[in-house]
Design a binder for this molecule. Structure first.
Ligand code: DGJ
Length: 538
């Protein structure tokens, strides 16, 4: 049993957020955000991630305007959707695009990062106290406002501080203040954290550079010193903001990451923002951000193999897996089943719509995947961490997969390979009647939860589960005798029902299957059936 740190709660109860992130410019007013809210509903979701912009919140220094924030909260309440607000401020994708004009135009006071060339970079330096002060003040004002207008209702369930922090354009700040730090001894707290860990990527970099007991950043970390110092500095910067803001309004806060895995080469400041919480420096972030609830990777890896590598890196005992941005495909089922992810959002909600407002055909299966997750969410909260959730998806041409279940061996068949009678009932036929029309290439995926030895729940598309009881010598002899030589193949089925979970998380039967609809067609699922419940017996 794995203990899961559920960051998201509603009315004090664990909550499984389902939804997506709007496009960057959707948070300005009602008209811009309307589509995003509509799409969350279409996905059967419950949460929208949407930005709040420092330059709009504080257009003049010390003058705050929360009109747009209030509009978002009002729309969210109207739509019965929760919000995760994204604070676009000092950093947005490794630059300072969302800093207010009075910050952007005063580089003498609000210092920018200086590149090795001596030129400044479009990035506010984390080593400049004025930058930290200004951002902290604005974010704290936002939190104060949220507490006043939303402290009771709690429509906003979490805040992201910054967006993909770090520097694009340099590995570190080469300005005089940062240089002085670079040449000074690495803080004792970092050295003792490395010693205590005794392993990990940061520890290895330190050892490779000679494992000295003390020394300047380059003495301790060789060529990677600039990035590590920047990570330490930005982690402290964001954590300071979180600490002060949480004292004002204590709701979950996190930092998201532009991954180093995104490009095939790895160059801090070029292929990803240097100093962001990439896998290389994740330990530094975990040591220096005690006020953040989670470090959250933006996992845009397309294929299952690379997607899972990121999941593995960010799901640690001290960090539950939360992915605020993904590409939005069936990989999320692996994150849920194998890495206990507490939420997976996909980026760019509005992109799923065609000009006429319909769902683009290529996005339909992603929408359906979200339906499946939403339908089974109550069971995810209950069974994640128990080892009783299984994800099967059809990447890499997978056509079937066996599962070692409690008391049964399961076989999941994916896709339409059985042709004529490929699973399903008349409502869901993918191939034409008796195969007269070719079946479309629909992705196949499912999530199976074995709630008890004889109780299964399943959601998904285009796949079928078969169950065969595991046997013992006595059982085998009995079965062989009963069937006069042909061993019993499938589990004894008590009932197969399609249904949904009500507000009290009770399973409500909507349709019952038997006869042809179970038999040789297996236990099939399609997105619009909601949840399939199968009860077996010995
Ligand atoms: C990641 C960022 O966090 C988002 O705000 C957005 O810019 C996407 N990349 C890509 O458009």
């Amino acid at each position: 049993m794995t203990e899961i740190k559920r960051i998201f709660t509603v009315n004090g109860k664990p909550f499984f957020p389902i939804g997506g992130q709007s496009c960057n410019s959707s948070g300005y007013n009602d008209k811009e955000s309307e589509t995003a809210f509509r799409i969350v509903k279409l996905l059967h979701g419950n949460t929208l991630e949407i930005p709040v912009y420092w330059d709009k919140v504080e257009p003049k220094e010390d003058t705050f305007d929360f009109t747009a924030v209030d509009a978002l909260i009002a729309s969210a309440r109207h739509n019965e959707i929760k919000l995760i607000l994204l604070w676009f401020a000092t950093w947005k994708n490794g630059n300072m695009d969302y800093a207010p004009a009075w910050v952007k135009t005063n580089p003498q006071h609000f210092k920018r990062v200086i590149a090795p060339t001596g030129k400044d970079v479009w990035n506010l330096s984390s080593h400049c106290p004025a930058n930290l002060e200004a951002d902290k003040k604005a974010f704290t004002a936002l939190c104060k406002h949220l507490k006043a207008v939303d402290g009771t209702e709690q429509t906003v369930i979490a805040l992201q501080i910054e967006n993909e922090s770090g520097i694009i354009g340099s590995d570190r700040d080469y300005g005089p203040e940062a240089q002085a730090i670079y040449d000074s001894p690495v803080p004792a707290k970092l050295v003792s954290a490395m010693k205590k860990a005794g392993k990990g990527i940061i520890y290895d970099i330190w050892q490779k550079a000679g494992g000295k007991a003390s020394g300047s950043w380059p003495q301790m970390f060789d060529w990677e010193a600039g990035e590590l110092m920047t990570a330490w500095s930005i982690a402290n910067y964001i954590d300071t903001i979180a600490e002060v803001a949480k004292a004002v309004y204590n709701i979950p806060m996190y930092d998201n990451v532009w991954l180093m895995e995104q490009a095939w080469w790895s160059m801090p400041g070029e292929s990803y923002p240097s100093g962001g919480a990439v896998t290389k420096v994740l330990d530094i972030y975990k040591w220096f951000t005690p006020h953040l609830d989670v470090i959250a990777p933006d996992n845009y890896q397309l294929d299952t193999h690379n997607f899972k590598k990121v999941c593995a890196a960010y799901s640690r005992e001290d960090n539950p897996l939360f992915m605020p941005e993904t590409i939005g495909n069936q990989n999320m089922f692996h994150a849920i089943a194998e890495y206990n992810s507490i939420a997976n959002f996909f980026f760019g909600l509005e992109f799923i719509l065609a000009q006429d407002g319909s769902v683009r055909p290529e996005c339909q299966s992603m929408v359906e995947s979200m339906w499946c997750t939403a339908a089974i969410a109550p069971l995810l909260l209950k069974y994640q961490g128990t080892g009783r959730i299984y994800a099967v998806t059809q990447f890499d041409q997978l056509s079937s997969q066996t599962l070692e279940l409690d008391g049964f061996t399961g076989l999941v068949e994916l896709g339409d390979k059985r042709g004529l009678w490929a699973g399903t009932d008349w409502r869901h036929r993918r191939a034409g009647w008796l195969g007269r029309t070719a079946a479309p290439a629909n992705p196949a995926y499912c999530l199976i939860i074995q709630a008890g030895k004889n109780e299964f729940y399943m959601v998904g598309a285009n796949c079928r589960l078969y169950l065969r009881p595991k046997t013992t010598l006595a059982k085998m002899q009995r079965d062989l005798a009963l069937s006069e030589g042909a061993a019993r193949t499938f589990a004894y089925i008590v009932s197969v029902d399609e249904g949904h979970f009500d507000k009290n998380d009770q399973f409500i039967v909507d349709r019952t299957r038997n006869g042809d609809e179970i038999g040789h067609r297996g236990l099939w699922v399609e997105p619009d059936i909601n949840v399939l419940r199968v009860i077996t017996c010995d």
